[in-house]
Design a protein around this ligand. Structure first.
Ligand SMILES: Nc1ncnc2c1ncn2[C@@H]1O[C@H](COP(=O)(O)OP(=O)(O)OP(=O)(O)O)[C@@H](O)[C@H]1O
Length: 558
């Protein structure tokens, strides 16, 4: 029996120690919990341009949001949060004393009278930019003397944000939506002059790119005189000149339009789009539509050979016969019919081969070719006084036909560059027109054409607006020429990293927010806004085109 006594004593000690430990742990947690709530919310600036802050976990402002900082001397600053990190700060040291009875619980020889504990406190730390000093009626830029040691950080009034966002530019403003993370209405407008730089719009599928691009185009049509050419591979903008009914317009606005405001806007929009031309393939065109077709002679020789699948070395004879045929026609404005006639009147073996090639490829059936005397799209581009052309290549035949149209148009725009007519070239699904790795020669030609405009177009008034869901697939030089960014929801880390490298004027921490965006939400950077701005696109006026496939098949059965 006596052999078991020390064990019983040990186990009683163990239990008492566990109670002591649990008590200390509970006390520790309680103190840490209190310390978390006691973290000060304070900001400081050492350069008058940026600020650092520390705040409790409950700090309600996400990255990208506007805040009001008030320094000890009462000066107010408008700031924008750019980073926000959870950190474990060193907290206070606390001493727990151990009474005699508790000290006996520890092994003999250990004389413990107390326990010292270090609290670790969860808090937020981050930084931001100072956008201006706030006074009763203005927001002025800060200077290097706007430094402060202890400022409070608070929610900012929507009116102050609106004042900041409305800026002071003399150029037209394009209202495209409302600021994110603001209590109340603060309209985000793009600086129309910013479109004199190339623009990149990207976001993953379903993020709202097409809808948002429509809003940008509507505003450019309403508020500027910029010529716009839209290469529209999904027929998304074929209804750009049709206004939605009043209730539908209001469905996409947080501040509904009154009947009168809607009527006035509709009238203004109808005026702005009166000369908008939608170019469709011949089989789809109705009266008033321009037809999406070009003459064979509008293509460069290299492109013609590509369409015919002719290699100058491997198909030497046929290539030569083709070359001579074109030379014999002796005119610039020859049509496909002229080529066919010329080939059929040449009785050489090579010309017969060429004729068979044309027949086998079914080239004569392509809908994109003008017959003799028909107007080519490149004539429209070169001669008429157009304002907005939508090229509905979504409904045209094969991918090669789409590329033939795209290339002919891009080439002619470049040839006409000395006219210096400011023109925005909008390329939707741009990864198909200027891909990093062209799949064939037709894509190589379009990629080179876009790269040329990207590199040198600005001085001739040719500006790009490229839209895609796959930034990694866009030709690198072209992408690096874009100064403006409209980034919508994007989860892919490699894509965000690449965008961070190219659009270095937008802090990476802001770009990373794109993975949390909802439908229509965006971060805008570059010349379109004064400072990177978070917005939700809204206010779409025109009817969306495209048309998604119905999901009625997924409706539950009765
Ligand atoms: N800001 C918005 N407000 C309300 N609805 C929107 C908004 N943006 C987009 N939508 C709707 O969400 C749907 C998807 O938008 P949209 O087609 O523009 O996405 P997307 O990014 O272009 O997708 P994809 O790349 O697959 O074509 C559409 O039905 C559109 O009407």
């Amino acid at each position: 029996m006596s052999g078991h006594e020390p064990d019983t004593e040990n186990s009683t000690n163990e239990q008492a120690l566990e109670v002591l430990r649990a008590g200390l742990r509970g006390l520790h947690d309680q103190l840490e919990e209190q310390a978390v709530h006691n973290v000060a919310q304070v900001a400081y600036s050492t350069d008058g341009r940026t600020f650092e802050y520390e705040a409790p976990l409950s700090f309600p402002f996400p990255v990208g949001s506007y805040v009001l900082l008030q320094s000890a001397d009462g000066q107010e600053y408008l700031g924008q949060i750019t980073t926000k990190e959870t950190v474990k700060q060193q907290g206070a040291e606390v001493d727990f004393s151990i009474d005699e009875r508790q000290a006996d619980l520890f092994p003999e020889g250990l004389s413990i009278t107390g326990i010292r504990d270090r609290l670790r406190v969860l808090a937020l730390e981050g930084s931001g930019v100072l956008l201006g000093t706030v006074s009763a009626d203005s927001i002025s830029p800060t200077t290097s003397s706007d430094t402060f040691r202890k400022a409070t950080v608070a929610r900012v009034d929507a009116a102050v944000v609106s004042r900041y966002l409305s800026g002071s530019s003399e150029r037209a403003k394009l209202p495209v939506g409302r600021a994110l993370y603001v209590d109340g209405e603060a309209t985000v407008s793009l600086d129309a002059g910013g479109f004199a730089r190339h623009t990149f719009l990207c976001g993953q599928s379903g993020s709202g790119k097409t809808f948002s691009l429509g809003i940008v185009l509507e505003q450019l049509l309403l508020e500027t005189d910029l010529r716009i050419l839209v290469i529209d591979p999904n027929s998304d903008f074929v209804n750009l000149n049709q206004v939605r009914p009043h209730e539908e317009v209001n469905q996409f606005r947080s501040a509904p339009l009154s009947e009168d405001a809607y009527d006035a806007l509709k009238e203004r929009y109808q005026d702005a789009t009166a000369s908008l031309q939608v170019c469709r393939p011949a089989s789809m065109a109705t009266d008033g539509d321009d037809v999406l077709r070009v003459r064979f002679g509008d293509l460069s020789r290299r492109e013609q050979a590509t369409v015919l699948g002719l290699d100058p070395l491997e198909d030497r004879e046929e290539f030569n016969a083709f070359w001579n045929t074109i030379d014999d026609i002796g005119r610039q404005d020859y049509s496909w019919d002229d080529v066919r006639d010329a080939v059929s009147h040449d009785y050489s073996a090579e010309a017969r081969q060429l004729g068979m090639r044309i027949e086998n490829l079914g080239l004569a059936e392509w809908e994109v070719w003008c017959s003799r005397g028909e107007t080519s799209l490149v004539d429209t581009i070169a001669h008429s006084d157009w304002r907005c052309l939508v090229l509905d290549i979504g409904t045209s035949g094969s991918p090669s036909e789409k590329m033939v149209i795209t290339n002919a148009v891009l080439t002619r725009l470049w040839e006409e560059r000395n006219q210096r007519r400011p023109t925005l070239v909008v390329v939707d699904e741009a990864h198909n027109v200027c891909p990093r790795n062209p799949a064939d020669d037709l894509q190589s030609i379009s990629t080179e054409a876009v790269a040329r405009i990207a590199a040198e177009g600005r001085k001739y008034g040719l500006y790009l607006l490229l839209s895609t869901q796959q930034p990694g697939k866009i030709q690198a030089n072209t992408l690096s020429q874009c100064a403006n960014l409209l980034l919508m929801r994007m989860n892919s880390t490699p894509d965000l990293t690449q965008l961070g490298d190219i659009f270095s004027h937008v802090p990476t921490s802001l770009l990373e927010e794109a993975s949390k965006f909802g439908l229509g939400e965006t971060v805008i950077g570059g010349r379109l806004v004064g400072n990177p701005t978070f917005a939700k696109f809204e206010g779409r006026l025109s009817v969306e085109g495209g048309g998604d496939v119905s999901k009625a098949w997924a409706t539950p059965h009765e």
